[in-house]
Write a protein of this length. Sequence first.
Length: 156
Amino acid sequence: MRTIVIGCDNAAVNLKSKLVSFMESKGVNVEDVGCFTPDDSTYYPYIAEKVCNKIIESDYKKHGVLICGTGLGMAITANKFKGIRAGVCHDPYSAERLKLSNNGNVLCMGERVIGEELAKKILWEWLNNEFVDSSSTPKIEAIIEIEDKNQICTMR
Ligand code: RB5
């Protein structure tokens, strides 16, 4: 199984440590970039940046898990990086589709939204699916095409 780089902000330290132990107990190689304590106030975008850079440096061989209060800020940030396809999943079906429909290489979840057991199920679903060529392939190519246009949007 591929290496998983995981990170969280201080809203999700507890869930992250549970998910790290869970993955390690299943033999997954995990790289934990922090944060490690609730008093670490590093803004979530900087944690997402660390995880995404590690994925990019591995030539996208590594995948990532990002957890914050809702998962939303992490996903918004991660999707700014070229070649990163991040999605927030709070149910196992979406986690399966994130891999099979979107070839999603970053899974985001919110500690303030779901409990530990559901988070483990979602994570396991995502980890155990691999993207295979399908009718989804041209749609992902369209994402890459749009990304490559690097369009400038002035709307804030
Ligand atoms: C706390 O900073 C909270 O905003 C964060 O954890 C996350 O939910 C943002 O999307």
